[in-house]
Design a protein. Structure first.
Length: 285
């Protein structure tokens, strides 16, 4: 469970780094760009993917490119969701995005899905609505910015599905595919940054590189220790799944409310509780 705890801390720290970097005047795209070189180098150093000799034309480039585009775009949505909705609501949106791969397991991968999973998805849907906030006449729009949290929910869910499809490709090791995705994400994010710098004349600050590297280290730490937790508790995947998702939701709430003074309505608190219940239903029932 130590690996789970470290992964939870790394995951929430990613949100903290984004929030602190914004307070220091760092543009989100400048911050996120440097995350992917760190991820690629860390994959080479820690996961040591074996080079393969299969023809490059046979690789699932469509999946790789989809992930390479989605990863920085969804990361930007996470950053804006943290800014406008707070760490608590953003973490709930990220964690409850698991409903999309659960649904995909049934509709795309043709796995059996029980009534309990459907109940868990239903509870989670209510949790998302409560965490965003519901007022008379519809969702509380928070100055029109609640869409970022929803984009995180759907974006992270789609990314999970795409990574699962990549894992099913047995011709190359999964770590090798991860490395290629991160390299392509570097290219995509650099193109976005080049456009921003050339069009809006934004300057690249040295401090954005430092904060971006810090972001990349904690982001990859989340991935690495989550994988290690699954390896160490290979006979108890539900324990890892539950510990990770509930841990991030609760620690995110503590950090958001305790350190950044985020305000939660009674409805938001109900959404927080329902999010935890939903994860437990999906994991154990």
């Amino acid at each position: 469970m130590l690996y789970v705890l470290i992964s939870v801390i790394c995951s929430v720290t990613v949100s903290v780094v984004i929030k602190l970097a914004k307070q220091r005047g760092i543009q989100y795209l400048h911050l996120i760009v440097w995350n992917y070189p760190v991820a690629a180098l860390a994959t080479l150093f820690f996961l040591k993917p074996k080079m393969v000799t299969v023809p490059l034309s046979t690789l699932p480039w469509g999946l790789y490119m989809s992930l390479a585009v989605l990863l920085p775009m969804v990361f930007l949505c996470i950053a804006y969701a943290i800014q406008y909705s707070g760490i608590v609501k953003t973490e709930i949106a990220q964690r409850l995005s698991l409903f999309i791969p659960v649904s995909a397991a049934f509709f795309i991968f043709h796995e059996a899905i029980g009534v309990s999973k459907l109940v868990g998805i239903a509870v989670g849907t209510v949790a998302i609505l409560c965490s965003i906030g519901w007022k008379k006449g519809g969702i509380a729009k928070e100055n029109g910015t609640w869409g970022y949290a929803l984009a995180v929910f759907f974006g992270m869910g789609i990314i999970d599905v795409l990574f699962k499809k990549v894992a099913l490709y047995r011709e190359v090791p999964y770590a090798y595919s991860m490395l290629l995705v991160f390299i392509l994400a570097i290219v995509v994010s650099l193109l976005l940054l080049t456009y921003r710098v050339s069009v809006t004349k934004e300057r690249i600050q040295f401090k954005s590189v430092i904060w971006g590297i810090l972001l990349g280290l904690f982001n990859f730490g989340n991935i690495l220790f989550y994988m290690k937790a699954h390896q160490a508790l290979s006979n108890s995947p539900s324990v890892v799944f539950t510990g990770m998702n509930i841990g991030v939701i609760l620690l995110g709430a503590i950090v958001g409310v305790g350190f950044f003074g985020e305000r939660l309505t009674r409805l938001n608190k109900m959404g927080l509780a329902l999010a935890v219940i939903s994860v437990l239903i999906i994991a154990y029932l």
